[in-house]
Ligand binder design. Structure first.
Ligand SMILES: Cc1cc2nc3c(=O)[nH]c(=O)nc-3n(C[C@H](O)[C@H](O)[C@H](O)COP(=O)(O)O)c2cc1C
Length: 191
């Protein structure tokens, strides 16, 4: 049966200390609605995907990532936009997590998407690509709404999100995602 408390794994797709995307995840942790708890997972230790290494067994950071995904009720991803798409850091982590293909820890896992950039794009292309990419892994992605922020430097300073309107948008996304995750859990329980 679905539990009333939902636990999400928040993954920023940037390694930068004062990353705007990490700040979005931190703001989600700090502003989660009642009944939603979010744990942040940083990708610094995840090596580049290598099928030869995988064949010897998942490296410890990859095993940790996969376990954290299994234990979470859903994923909250925050991606930068790099050259019109998802950051390599996030893509690499999702490539590891997507193995074995179609039966991975991502299969059936609810996922919500945010993105922040210093540019004007608001990460629209990166978020679109992330929806498509997660679909290929058979994740249960909430394709809409996703949340994108342009000119992130105006709302985020030294890794801290100050803008109240942005915090409110994050709260609204999380509330919608909580409904999405609970619906997913009910459907699973009915199976
Ligand atoms: C290699 C590279 C490519 C980028 N390409 C884009 C882009 O296509 N569109 C965009 O809006 N911003 C682009 N940016 C700006 C990043 O989105 C911006 O640096 C963002 O703050 C990175 O995320 P972070 O703050 O979480 O580290 C690019 C930055 C880099 C380093």
């Amino acid at each position: 049966m679905p539990s009333s408390q939902i636990t999400l794994l928040g993954i920023p797709g940037s390694l930068r200390e004062h990353s705007f995307n990490r700040a979005l995840i931190q703001a989600a942790v700090d502003n989660a609605p009642e009944g939603v708890a979010i744990e942040m997972f940083l990708l610094h230790d995840v090596p580049l995907y290598n099928a030869d290494v995988e064949a010897q067994g998942d490296p410890a950071p990859v095993a940790r990532l996969k376990r954290a995904i299994v234990e979470a009720d859903g994923l909250l991803l925050a991606t930068p936009q790099y050259n019109g798409s998802v950051s390599g850091v996030l893509k690499n982590a999702l490539d590891w997590a997507s193995r074995p293909a179609f039966e991975s820890v991502l299969a059936g896992k609810p996922a919500a998407i945010m993105g922040a950039t210093t540019g004007r794009s608001a990460t629209a292309k990166a978020r679109e690509d992330l929806v498509r990419l997660l679909g290929l892994t058979r994740s249960n992605v909430m394709a809409t709404p996703t949340l994108g922020f342009a000119n992130a430097g105006e709302a985020i300073d030294e890794g801290q999100l100050h803008a109240e309107d942005v915090k409110q948008q994050i709260r609204e996304l999380l509330s919608e995602f909580a409904v999405f995750v609970r619906g997913h859990q009910l459907a699973e329980a009915a199976d």
